[in-house]
Write a protein that binds this ligand. Structure first.
Ligand SMILES: [Zn+2]
Length: 279
């Protein structure tokens, strides 16, 4: 049996991912740290018209995240930040991987987690996948365990699958052997935990359309040994399917291919190999 981490750093793309995936686990841990990767304010969806500006929308999302944290005073959150103090743009994290990794590594070294928990590579939201990739590198750099959770993806019929792993083969057992579906850690929340999680989710008013589609009672994650191969061809076959129906990808005006993401992953690895300080 895989042990639960005691002091995990939970690395997610934007506010609401942490509560949707791990709102119950967050209540149980003594001092978890949630790290948000992007500003959560995507270009191209008319949000600036609706909220006055993209900045106003981003600020609102982080005000909501701060209110969520009030329900779980044991937890804290931080945001990835560039050296000039700016934040990473929603749906463009993959274009900024060196700066994002530098910020995540600095936060991780200060917090000293016993594990990183992040998104599984699902081929649905591009920032989720970029987080999955960064989490793999940071867990490796810190030599800590890496856990991943499922959030959502589209099956071949175009149905949204929530909170189920897309690629069952990517899991691993503590002894390093190949995991099966039976090795997925799954826990049911108590009635008190469900009530608290519902209050947390309700704080994400700006995301209520998304949040309402997730069932709060059960959560899942698994130990993973993601490596470079986890992000390339075998999953990419399915991943390319998104190119034809890019429901979650980018704007209608500027669609992004999975190839562009994998190219940035490769560029990041070249960059990382040249960093003397990156052990
Ligand atoms: Zn998300």
């Amino acid at each position: 049996m895989t042990q639960f981490p005691v002091r995990p750093l939970i690395f997610v793309a934007h506010p609401d991912d942490e509560t949707l995936a791990l709102g119950g686990l967050l209540q149980r841990l003594p001092a978890p740290l949630v790290v948000f990767a992007t500003d959560g304010a995507a270009h191209g969806y008319g949000l600036e018209r609706q909220f006055g500006s993209l900045k106003a929308y981003a600020d609102l999302r982080f005000q909501e995240a701060a209110r969520v944290m009030n329900w779980i005073p044991n937890a804290a959150f931080k945001r990835l930040t560039r050296s000039d103090g700016s934040h990473f743009s929603d749906q463009h994290l993959f274009e900024d991987l060196p700066d994002a990794a530098t910020s995540l590594l600095a936060i991780s070294q200060t917090y000293s987690p016993d594990a990183i928990i992040s998104h599984a590579y699902e081929g649905a939201h591009i920032d989720h996948d970029a987080c999955s990739f960064l989490a793999m590198h940071i867990a490796g750099a810190l030599s800590v365990k890496l856990f991943e959770f499922p959030l959502y993806w589209l099956d071949r019929g175009g149905t949204v699958i929530r909170q189920q792993f897309r690629d069952i083969a990517a899991g691993v057992r503590t002894d390093g052997s190949q995991a099966t579906a039976a090795d997925v850690m799954e826990w049911r929340l108590s009635e008190t935990e469900i009530q608290c999680k519902k209050k947390m989710l309700a704080e994400y008013h700006s995301q209520r359309g998304t949040v309402s589609t997730f069932a709060p009672e059960t959560e899942r994650m698994r130990l993973t040994r993601n490596n470079r191969a986890s992000f390339s061809f075998s999953l990419c076959t399915d991943y390319m399917y998104q190119e034809r129906r890019p429901r979650f990808y980018h704007t209608r005006h500027h669609r992004l291919s999975a190839k562009a993401l994998l190219k940035k992953f490769a560029e990041f690895e070249t960059w990382r190999a040249g960093q003397e300080w990156w052990k």
